[in-house]
Design a protein around this ligand. Structure first.
Ligand code: SAM
Length: 267
């Protein structure tokens, strides 16, 4: 480890002690670039000087954590993945007529969990099933401001740019912003959870985890895949989307459902 790496490692260890965010388990290049943004904004030149600034001004932790947890998302982001969820994954799960738990891990401001909820509600209604009929949808994220935004469920037009127009009309009330309708909001709960920390207090039949693992180093990714393999029930689905890759160690646990969209079913 050179002195620069050591200085960042010390900074991330400090952030973990103070705020629980385990920066040393993320890909360092990307994370350091993000710290540098805050260092520039505060006019400090070294990680050590930035650590001293965090002591002097603890409110800076919040600004830093907002930058470190990358919260960009959209409803129905990557429509091809949603097509597989809609046409293959949900019909198989919902026809089982059992209580189901669906988990959006790294749910940002709720866009992914609510997109799922819209498809679930529409499938259930189209098949004459009342209410949520035993389906529980949980969004979890490490970032509290994102969870607050998820509960508020009010979005900019940009967040809906990949949403089919009919769904946009049906499920959002347009004003200055787009407010998600109560029916869908009621179907999703949000919890604070560090995917690298304790396991969730539920087993799941579907896990969506997209655009999160790419930020973690290999060892941390393996840890998260271990969690997913344990949390998923047999026959449950794991949806990673196009940018994530399933770790070799857990491949034997899964059948491939769609190689391109990285959709897997637990054996
Ligand atoms: C780029 S967003 C992805 C949102 C959504 N899954 C999507 O694909 O559009 C990544 C999310 O992962 C969250 N995140 C980062 N590290 C996390 C961790 N250790 N535990 C839980 N969530 C984390 C961030 O706060 C952020 O909201």
């Amino acid at each position: 480890m050179n002195s620069d790496e050591a200085a960042y490692a010390a900074l991330f260890a400090k952030i973990e002690r103070e705020r629980g965010f385990q920066g040393n388990l993320y890909r360092q290049k990307c994370l350091r670039r993000r710290v540098a943004v805050r260092m520039r904004a505060r006019g400090v030149a070294t990680p050590a000087a930035y650590a001293a600034l965090l002591d002097a001004d603890p409110a800076e932790y919040d600004r830093l954590l907002r930058v470190l947890t990358i919260n960009v998302s959209k409803f129905f982001r990557n429509p091809e993945t949603w097509a597989v969820i809609k046409e293959q994954v949900l019909p198989d799960l919902l026809r089982r007529q059992e209580p189901l738990v669906m988990w959006s891990a790294g749910s940002a401001a709720g866009e992914e969990a609510y997109s799922l909820a819209i498809l679930v509600w529409e499938w259930l209604s189209a098949h004459g099933r009342d209410g949520w009929d035993g389906v529980r949808i949980v969004g979890t994220d490490i970032d509290d401001p994102s969870l607050e935004a998820a509960r508020a469920a009010t979005y900019s037009e940009l967040a809906l740019s990949e949403t089919p127009p009919a769904l946009r009309r049906r499920w959002f009330t347009a004003g200055d912003q787009f407010r998600l309708k109560e029916t869908i909001r009621r179907g999703v709960e949000f919890q604070q959870l560090d995917i690298l920390g304790t396991r969730p207090g539920f087993h799941a039949d579907l896990i969506l985890c997209r655009n999160l693992l790419i930020y973690l180093d290999r060892a941390a990714q393996r840890r998260v895949f271990g969690t997913f393999a344990d949390v998923l029930r047999s026959g449950g689905y794991l949806v990673l989307g196009r940018v994530e890759t399933l770790a070799a160690e857990v491949r034997p646990v899964f059948h491939v459902v769609d190689a391109r969209e990285r959709v897997y079913r637990k054996r």
